[in-house]
Ligand binder design. Sequence first.
Ligand SMILES: [Zn+2]
Ligand SMILES: [Zn+2]
Length: 440
Amino acid sequence: MGDNQKKSNSNKKKKKRGGSKKKMTVEQSMAYRRVSEWVFLGSPDSSAMDNDFGVILNNNSKSSEKLVFEFHSHTICSDGFLSPSKLVERAHQNGVKVLALTDHDTMSGIPEALDAARRFGIKIIPGVEISTIYCPRGETGSEEPVHILAYYSSCGPTRSEELEKFLANIRDGRYLRAKNMVSKLNKLKLPLKLEHVAKIAGKGVAPGRLHVARAMVEEGYVENLKQAFTRYLYDGGPAYSTGSEPLAEEAVQLICETGGIAVLAHPWALKNPVAIVRRLKDAGLHGIEVYRSDGKLAAYSDLADAYDLIKLGGSDFHGRGGQSESDLGSVSLPVLVVHDFLRMARPIWCGAIRGILENYAEDPLQSKFEQIMKFGRTRVFVGGGSLAKGNSDLIDRCLSSWLTNEERQDSVFEAIKLKLSGMSINEEGIQSATTTNSLH
Ligand SMILES: [Zn+2]
Ligand SMILES: [Zn+2]
C-alpha cells in the first residue's frame, strides 16, 4: 500500500509526458516494441519498423517517443460537444496515436471517426460505454449506476445485431428517463421543457443528464453545469431518474460473448467498488480504469491486482471546455500497461475477426459485408481488379491494420480468403458497398 502510494504521488508530480528522460528497462523496451508494432500495423511505412520505430512519428521523433493511447472519449453522438471528425482531429493535435471512441450506448460515431482517422494516420478502437445498473443481491450497499467500457476489433462486435439491440434498448430508456427528470424538475418549479433537452441532444441522439443540465443553464435555472448536478441531477438527487439500464453483469457478459474487452469505467465514482468489481469479475470483466490525468489511483490499482484485472484509463473527454476538463491524450499510461491491455485484447480480437469473416465466407450477404466495413474501413477502396479479388483485398486491408502477418497467415484466415476469392460474388453487393463507402 505504502509503495503504491508513493508511486502514485510521483506520477502526479511528473505531469508532462516524457519530461524526465529515464532509460527504459529491458522489459519496457520489449513492451514498447510490441506496442508500436501493433500501432503501426498496416501503415505505409510499417515495413521500416524493424530498424527504426520513429519513421512515421511526428517530426524527428526517436524510438522513445511516447505512444499515446486515449481509451475513453465522447462525441455529439452521445453527450460530447465535438463531432467524431473534430474529436479525431483534436486527438491528432494532442499526439494521440490510438483513439478509442466510447460514446454512451451507441457506436454510431465510429464510421465517421474511421474516415477522419485515415486522414490523420490515427488508429481507432471501436468502443462504447454502456450504461448499466448494479443491484446488490443480499450484499449490503445500494443500487447504483455503473458504466462499462467495451473495446472491439476492426471488424466490430460478433453478433452485432444482438449488441445493437441491447444498446437500442438502453437508448430508448434514456428518452423515458429524460422525460422523468424534466417532470421532476417541473414539480420543483423549474418549468424546463423536454423539447429543449431534445434540441440540445440533437436529432437521433439519446438524451442524457448532461443535456438536461445544459438546458437548465440555458434557461438560467442554475449558473453552471456543476450546479445543475450538485443541486438536482446527482445520483439519487431530487431530479434524478434511472432509465431501463441492464444489470452491469449482463453487459459484461454480452461484451465478452461478442468479442470485446470489458473495462469498468471510473470506479472512483462508485459507492460499492469492491462488491461491484467482485460481481463483474465473475461475469468476465477484463479490467478497470485506474489511471487519470492526475496519475494512478493507488486504491483502484490495488483492487485491480486483488482481482487480477488489467489496469487502464482515459480522459473521458467530452469537449465541454473549461479548466477542469482533462484533454484527449492527457492520461499518461505506462507502456507496460498498454502492453498488458493489448496482450489481453489481441487474441480475443483475433478470434472475433476470424469468427466474423468465417461467418461471412459461409454466407456472403451484403448486410454482413457492410457490417464488417462499418468498423474496418481503414483504407479508401479504389476499385480495380476483379470483383472477387476486390472482396478478398478489402478484407485483407481490414485485417492488415489489426493483425500481424503471422496472425493473418493462420490456416483459418487462409481458408477464408481462398473461399472468398473462389466464389462468384454478388456484383451488386460489392458495388453498393463501395458506394456506401464513398458516401461517408
Ligand atoms: Zn461514464
Ligand atoms: Zn465516459
